[in-house]
Design a protein around this ligand. Sequence first.
Ligand SMILES: [Cu+2]
Length: 326
Amino acid sequence: MKSATLNHYSLLILAVTGMTHAHGTIDVFTADGVSYAGPESMDVDPESLPSDSPVRQIYTLEPILSTVVDLASSNMTCGPAPASSAPVTASVTAGSTISFHYRSGNNGVWPHDVGPVITYMYRCTKAEACMPSAGDAGWFKIDQQGMDEKGVWAQTAMMRNESINVVVPSTVPDGDYLVRHEVIALQNAVNRGQAEFYVSCTQVRVKGGSSGSGSLDGVEMVAFPGAYAEDDPGLFVPDLYDHDGKAFPYAFPGPAIFGATPAIAVASPSPSARVLSTAIAATRTAPVPSLTPVRASCTRRKQSTGRASVRQQRLVQGRLNPASLR
Ligand SMILES: [Cu+2]
């Protein structure tokens, strides 16, 4: 009996270890010319938090899903069971570019190449002591990167070991913030509830922006959890693979970008100009495909509509659009 129990434990450990080799998190955050190392997730290495990191440690690399339950979870605020604070707060000049580099759970490159990357900020009195509560609608969007005109998603750059660059608006008020960086892996989003969120928060102190808080007046603010719904057209995308590998109007979830005309999400002022205009509000009325049992995974599962083809699989693997993003 005893050895059987041990075998069970061994299998469990193997399974858990195997899972943590997938997915990923921020390993380098750069602001004002300074690169900060990010921590491993706590389940990989609880002692790995660098003493000079502004990136808050998350508990696990496993994704949050776009299910009703997960979207209502406090994991959506700053990632899965995150640390309440990071050791330092990074100095950032308003109008400058910050960047996020990810690694996979086995120290390889980011494993997903379908889906957008979105960045939010939340103003705090003191970043180290800041943790917005579930209903706190104080998050505003500063950047969203979808696909380029060839249909290549921003995450493809991450898979090519590039960083995601985000401009901090020049008019944000000086002071402390959490920066909520969100990678949404859509490879399974043809099924409702199967978009994957990889979220974390980084503490920053903005200087060189505006004084007072007037520039935030009228800016659309949302709460996490709360901002997203299971059927948001950017999270449940039944026609994701129906575009012959070409660009299509992707409807980013969440509010308009800071500084953009309210109610119309125009093209993001991305420094890399890889963002497609997103001014659509199409309601998707496609019938829900019958769902096969699914688990959180790095790999795309077969579409239940049976439409998956070699071409589509190549698209998922990023081989259909080999052209450089830059
Ligand atoms: Cu993954």
